[in-house]
Design a protein around this ligand. Structure first.
Ligand code: C2E
Ligand code: MG
Length: 555
């Protein structure tokens, strides 16, 4: 009878062990431990089962049954997470093999759990705390009651992408590990005189952070910043290759620039962007000027959103005339903002920010709708004037740009043949094959494509030849001195010959004097645009001006 009870308990026990093993294995797998540890975790309960079966067969004693009951209870506790309580001594007394199997099971799992914890907190490439761990530790350090103030450094490598692209990801990882090593040295040196513990983290990619408690003066932080900069500017020996990357460093101080880690990270990040904007390999401190620039950007974003909603934008029109006959050949649409407090604002005061924030896509939609509506009217009333519109990179990069343009033109019944798109030289050099194909299609529909501000970018002649373009607009800087300097004239002449060689029309913009216009006529420029011809004007003024121009030419 006792033997039967014992055997049935053995079955229950074996089942329990199986369930516990299953739970443990599931836990391990979900934490990414799927290999040796999982197998060990599965094997040890099997040994336990074997020992149990042996015990049940060999020792049909009630004390053994009691020990096994204790083992079941202890395993149930382990399944609840208790790996620390001792294994009851009765188990070792009655079934020593079972006790030792349980001990080694708990020990193994305990070390696996520790491994899992470590893996979840450490960046495997550099061995540094990862973003989550760094945050946790830095928040705790900043919240400490005896916190003496601290400096937070935001570090971004300058040419890491190029290293990854040219030397491959494995060497990129080696470089990151070497960078971490140098940052550790700088951090240890920085706090050597104090009892503070530096905290270094890898946030993502090539971004690192360093929190130095006790460094609260700008000068002291600047010294550390320069040490970081010097450490990263030295070439790294990666797999036998000397690699130069350099780093940009942004610094924020606690409590001056923020009491919480979130505030400090934002401030140091902004300072780091300032360092990059100043030319990389630099150190920048978070300052009131940066704070003011950020607030100004936020204000401008908000005002631009309001401007769209309240219809504060308008277009003005600047004519282009044939260099030989003076006839109006096209008109360029230029954006203006009727600011409720500041009055009329030029694109220079807002276009760049709109491009950065992406708001240019919505503003561009408004411009296209206005241009399409104007073209439809000009098509219908016989004005028949071609209208050029400026398109920026963010607009062109938008996947739906061409579809929206087609839709806008079709919805307004605007003739495509009267539309001209102006894209800058640098954009023309960079844009994708899909964009080139879409431009070619548009051109096939009768639209004109021109390259704007030619002479300000780095043109590739082979690329220029394959672009689907009709006109090239010489930047104002190319023609600025042609009336007074022979070399400027020679260069402008050569550029115009190049434009003609590409089978395009040469347009000069920014002409401010008759003398410039005369030189341009002599050196073969086809079309003239600038204050010396006519300034940008509103639509009724343009219509009147164009009528006057026709009359002037007729006499
Ligand atoms: P852009 O396309 O090169 O336009 C020519 C700029 O030169 C215009 O400035 C025009 O007013 C100005 N200009 C014309 N004649 C003369 C002259 O004789 N001398 C001088 N110094 N300047 C002259 P604006 O209107 O301030 O536009 C500046 C830039 O803003 C444009 O340069 C264009 O890149 C951008 N932009 C204007 N409207 C739009 C738009 O609707 N969408 C986009 N994405 N960009 C626009
Ligand atoms: Mg333009």
């Amino acid at each position: 009878m006792e033997e039967v009870t014992l055997k049935s308990r053995a079955v229950v026990f074996a089942l329990c062990v199986g369930v516990v093993a299953f739970i443990l294995a599931l836990l391990a797998t979900s934490h990414g431990v799927i290999d040796r540890a999982t197998i060990t975790i599965a094997l040890i309960p099997a040994i336990v089962c074997g020992a149990m079966s042996w015990a049940s067969a060999e020792r049909a004693l009630s004390s053994t049954a009691a020990a096994i009951d204790l083992a079941i209870a202890r395993l149930a506790d382990a399944a609840e997470g208790d790996l620390d309580s001792p294994i009851p001594p009765e188990i070792a007394d009655r079934v020593p093999q079972l006790a030792s199997a349980m001990t080694s099971l708990f020990r193994q799992f305990d070390s696996d759990i520790e491994g899992i914890r470590r893996t979840a907190r450490v960046d495997l490439v550099t061995g540094l705390p990862n973003r989550g761990h760094f945050r946790e530790a830095a928040e705790a350090a900043l919240a400490a009651p005896d916190m003496p103030g601290a400096a937070l450094f935001f570090i971004d490598l300058d040419r890491f992408k190029a290293v990854n692209d040219t030397l491959g990801h494995a060497r990129g990882d080696m470089l990151l590990a070497a960078v971490a090593g140098r940052l550790r040295v700088v951090a240890e040196e920085a706090v050597a005189a104090s009892a503070a513990t530096p905290l270094i983290g890898r946030l993502a990619g090539d971004e690192f952070t360093l929190l130095l408690p006790g460094i609260r003066e700008t000068m002291a932080a600047a010294r550390v910043g320069r040490s970081i900069q010097r450490a990263l500017a030295e070439p790294f020996a990666i797999d036998g290759t000397a690699v130069e990357v350099g780093g940009s460093v942004g610094i924020a101080l606690a409590p001056q620039h923020g009491a919480t880690l979130g505030e400090l990270m934002r401030a140091a990040d902004l300072a780091m962007y300032q360092a990059k904007a100043e030319g990389r390999g630099r150190v920048a401190h978070f300052t009131d000027t940066i704070a003011a620039a950020v607030a100004e950007r936020a204000r401008l974003d908000e005002e631009l959103r309001r401007a769209l909603a309240r219809d504060e934008f308008t277009l003005v029109f600047q004519p282009q005339i044939g260099a030989r006959d003076g006839a109006v050949v096209a008109v360029e649409a230029l954006l203006r903002w009727q600011h409720p407090e500041d009055g009329p604002r030029l694109p220079a005061t807002f276009i760049r920010r709109a491009e950065e924030s992406g708001m240019i896509v919505e503003i561009g939609d408004w411009v296209i709708a206005r241009v399409a509506e104007t073209l439809a009217r000009w098509g219908a009333d016989g004005t028949g004037q071609r209208l050029a519109v400026n398109i920026s990179q963010r607009e062109l990069d938008h996947a739906l740009f061409f579809r929206r343009l087609h839709h806008g033109m079709r919805a307004a019944h605007a003739p495509a043949a009267l539309l001209e798109l102006e894209i800058s030289e640098s954009l023309a050099m960079r844009c994708s094959r899909e964009v080139l194909d879409a431009l070619a299609l548009l051109r096939g529909d009768g639209a004109t494509i021109s390259i704007d501000n030619f002479g300000t970018g780095y043109s590739n002649l082979a690329r220029l030849r394959e672009l689907p373009i009709d006109r090239i607009k010489l930047d104002r800087s190319v023609i600025e001195h042609i009336a007074t300097r022979a070399e400027a004239r020679t260069i402008a002449h050569a550029v115009i010959s190049l434009v003609h060689g590409l089978g395009c029309e040469a347009v000069a913009e920014g002409i401010e004097s008759d003398a410039q216009a005369n030189v341009l006529r002599v050196i073969g420029c086809d079309v003239l645009q600038g204050y010396a011809v006519a300034p940008p004007m509103d639509e009724p003024t343009l219509i009147t001006w164009a009528r006057g121009q026709r009359q002037r030419l007729a006499v």
